[in-house]
Design a protein around this ligand. Structure first.
Ligand code: PRP
Ligand code: MN
Ligand code: MG
Length: 181
């Protein structure tokens, strides 16, 4: 059985750091979308924590919907093929859509998703991500809101998993190498 104490190398972002940054992002989003009909689209499952906290930090009215996509299959590397496992329940034509993600790694999932949602006739499609890894910067994808740009480390917690574990941690930690070696 996993042991949080030895599986984690160190705390990377504390609950307090996360809370402060989410508040800042929310203030920016509230300002940018003032008077607009905002639809947050959370990408299951990693985005659950940031959706929960960001949506509660936003002061303006909004709607929420969810998508589930698969780009990894059973491997740990992006396959390049994205499938919709659960589509939106909302017709987004004419809506201001803000995709909410936990992390952009290769950027493959989001560039595909942004393209897909853009083809449905929304008023706008933007991206808010809690974390962004260096590789994503190389992909031509416009990300309007970034919580933290991070190094290429294996991070878990606050929605982020390794083999489906650690999503429930209230902070972000780095994984000890022996766990994934
Ligand atoms: C992770 C993460 C992002 C995506 C980023 O999701 O939550 O959605 O990968 O990777 P990319 O930028 O290389 O495409 P994952 O497929 O692991 O599903 P999960 O959210 O259910 O953990
Ligand atoms: Mn995900
Ligand atoms: Mg995952």
């Amino acid at each position: 059985a996993e042991d949080m104490g030895t599986d984690l190398q160190e705390i990377f972002l504390t609950e307090e750091q996360i809370r402060a940054r989410i508040q800042e992002m929310a203030a920016e989003i509230d300002r940018d979308y003032a008077g607009k009909d905002l639809l947050l689209v959370g990408v299951l499952r990693g985005a659950i924590m940031v959706m929960a906290d960001l949506s509660r930090a936003l002061k303006n009215p909004l709607h929420m919907d969810w998508m589930a996509v698969s780009s990894y299959g059973s491997g740990t590397k992006s396959s390049g093929v994205v499938r919709i496992l659960k589509d939106l329940d909302t017709d987004i034509s004419g809506r201001h859509v803000l995709i909410v993600e936990d992390i952009i790694d290769s950027g493959l999932t989001l560039s595909w998703l942004k393209e897909n949602l853009s083809s449905r006739g929304p008023a706008s499609v933007e991206i808010a991500t809690f974390l962004r890894k260096p590789e994503a910067v190389r992909v031509d994808i416009d990300v309007k809101y970034v919580g933290f740009d991070i190094a290429n480390e294996f991070v878990v917690g606050y929605g982020l998993d390794y083999a489906e574990k650690y999503r429930n941690l209230p902070f972000v930690g780095t994984l000890a190498p022996h766990v994934y070696a």
